[in-house]
Ligand binder design. Structure first.
Ligand SMILES: Cc1cc2nc3c(=O)[nH]c(=O)nc-3n(C[C@H](O)[C@H](O)[C@H](O)COP(=O)(O)OP(=O)(O)OC[C@H]3O[C@@H](n4cnc5c(N)ncnc54)[C@H](O)[C@@H]3O)c2cc1C
Length: 504
């Protein structure tokens, strides 16, 4: 970095000596703009500033020169500089890949001990693909219970082999590990709250304005850094998405309580997760009990009736009551979950990844893997487009990432979207869904696609059988719905459940 600054200083000095530097005044600061014969860049000197790097190292940037550079131009004496805003899985994985690829990387995170409200479930393939150590995975879930509106329980997981499981992690541990790894590979971790960015021209650098917490102050001190590109990894409420006018999107609100339950009850959830479906727990999602490190997370979500989220949470707690009774609530949290990708995920040299881009799958509400993967894919495209940080790059490189992403995952998002629409729309449909989950072939296909994130080719004969079963389940659920609308009695188990189902 020091070498970069030195070279930049020299370049500006040379430009000034050759009479190519013209004064330029901006926001009370005298700046100089180089009028170079080459169309590829114009240089500016910016005032001295300080920025701090995680670990209390503080770097002083004396007069620094930056240039507007066209995409593809070779960067003289410095590396491409990228700011990643947000240090969750998407940001940390983007920063790691950028730093490894030779890009000067700044990862800005407002809260380094952030404990993102999250179930913390990750697919098995993520462990190998992202080289995750086992000590950051608290539990291995090998059994799941799907629980229908009438409390019919179906055990899912019987097709799993001994080496197959779903990982459960604490996000404060998980995210911290990924950020530290990025730092070891050369990323600068900056503890600060991103406020806004400015770009003088479409080929020019960005000034990132943020509140620095590096000195431990709660209020933060205004600070800024200058970069060539931005990756917005700042989650569902992304400020970067707002800045590039990425468009609104539907979101679910997810509510979760962390409950410390007695040891004997915790034993039950040792390697078991539960999913409850029913109009009582959510009109369009599911309620869950996930085992965490030394407690369980009980939660639910909804898009269509957000104001009733507490009522759905109460119902989820009620339905799991026998198993969580005597527990102490240790944390209550709520957070939006994006429902679909943003209309726009890139503008010029700014890219969105993870929740900021809207990459959570419907039906399952899974986002950790997709966040990490999108961060990595965006960064890989930038590393490649910039020839390991030696050339300027921009929208073309970002579009490579977006095209690859859409080709790889568009079908996954669509299929899960359709499944959610078909099976979560009414209690009879949910009963049919749970019934379908009993089938070993359905379990295998579902687990394989979740654990390995690939659509595993099935057996054609079993596929046909599955199709027939699915259609008949749906028809049956439709029949139950019309019977229901004619007010004819249908039994769904207990009286209470029957009343609840019939009320749907
Ligand atoms: C209740 C709940 C349960 C969930 N359960 C699961 C689950 O079990 N499995 C699963 O796969 N997914 C789950 N998800 C989804 C998952 O949490 C997200 O998809 C995932 O966290 C997205 O990662 P990300 O890095 O894109 O964003 P985030 O994890 O949201 O990270 C964004 C980061 O940016 C930082 N930040 C935000 N604004 C700024 C700013 N202005 N300046 C600096 N830093 C900023 C934040 O502090 C945060 O660290 C759940 C979500 C919720 C709400």
């Amino acid at each position: 970095m020091a070498a970069t600054m030195q070279m930049n200083k020299q370049a500006t000095r040379q430009a000034a000596q050759q009479g190519r530097v013209a004064p330029f005044k901006a926001t009370g600061v005298v700046r100089k703009v180089a009028q170079l014969p080459s169309s590829t860049f114009s240089g500016v000197t910016v005032p001295q500033r300080q920025f701090a790097i995680s670990g209390a190292r503080s770097v002083s940037r004396a007069v620094q020169s930056v240039f507007a550079v066209k995409d593809g131009a070779v960067l003289e004496g410095r590396k491409l500089r990228v700011a990643v805003i947000g240090g969750g899985p998407s940001g940390a994985c983007a920063a790691e890949t950028l730093a490894k690829g030779g890009v000067e990387t700044f990862l800005l995170e407002r809260k380094l001990d952030n404990c993102k409200p999250c179930g913390g479930a990750i697919p098995l393939c993520m462990v190998e693909e992202f080289d995750l150590p086992m000590e950051i995975i608290d539990r291995r879930v090998t059994k799941m219970k799907m629980i229908s509106p009438s409390n019919r329980e179906v055990d899912v997981g019987k097709t799993l082999s001994e080496t197959e499981w779903i990982g459960m992690c604490r996000r404060e541990v998980f995210d911290d590990y990924l950020r530290n790894r990025a730092q070891k590979l050369g990323a600068n971790i900056v503890n600060g709250l991103f406020m806004r960015s400015e770009q003088q021209s479409s080929d020019g650098p960005f000034t990132i304005h943020y509140n620095s917490y590096e000195d431990g102050s709660k209020m933060g001190k205004p600070a800024s850094i200058e970069v060539d590109m931005i990756i917005g990894a700042d989650g569902a409420n992304s400020r970067i998405a707002k800045e590039i006018d990425a468009g609104e999107y539907d979101y679910a609100i997810a509510f979760q309580e962390r409950i410390r339950i007695p040891d004997d009850k915790m034993k039950y959830y040792e390697n078991l997760a539960e999913m409850y479906v029913g109009d009582d727990v959510s009109p369009d999602f599911y309620g869950w009990v996930f085992p965490k490190y030394d407690h369980v997370a009980v939660g639910t979500g909804t898009v269509v009736n957000k104001t009733a989220i507490k009522q759905y949470q109460q119902a989820t707690r009620d339905r799991s009551k026998v198993k969580t009774e005597g527990g102490k609530i240790i944390r209550v949290e709520a957070h939006p979950i994006p429902e679909h990708p943003r209309p726009k995920r890139c503008k010029g040299r700014v890219a969105l990844v993870g929740d900021a881009a809207g990459y959570v799958t419907k039906c399952s509400g899974e986002g950790i893997y997709f966040a990490a993967k999108s961060g990595r894919m965006a960064a890989e495209a930038i590393v490649e487009g910039s020839a390991n940080g030696t050339k300027m790059c921009g929208e073309d490189a970002i579009r490579v990432y977006l095209d690859k992403w859409d080709n790889k995952y568009w079908t996954t998002y669509k299929v899960l979207d359709i499944l959610q629409k078909v099976f979560y729309r009414s209690n009879p449909a949910r009963e049919a869904f749970v019934e379908l989950c009993e089938d070993s072939y359905v379990q295998k296909m579902t687990f394989d696609s979740y654990l390995y994130k690939t659509v595993v080719p099935g057996n054609p004969l079993d596929d046909v059988k599955l199709l027939v079963r699915t259609v008949s389940s749906i028809l049956r659920s439709n029949a139950l719905r019309s019977v229901n609308s004619k007010s004819v009695n249908v039994s769904f188990g207990s009286k209470a459940n029957e009343e609840r189902v019939m009320a749907a």
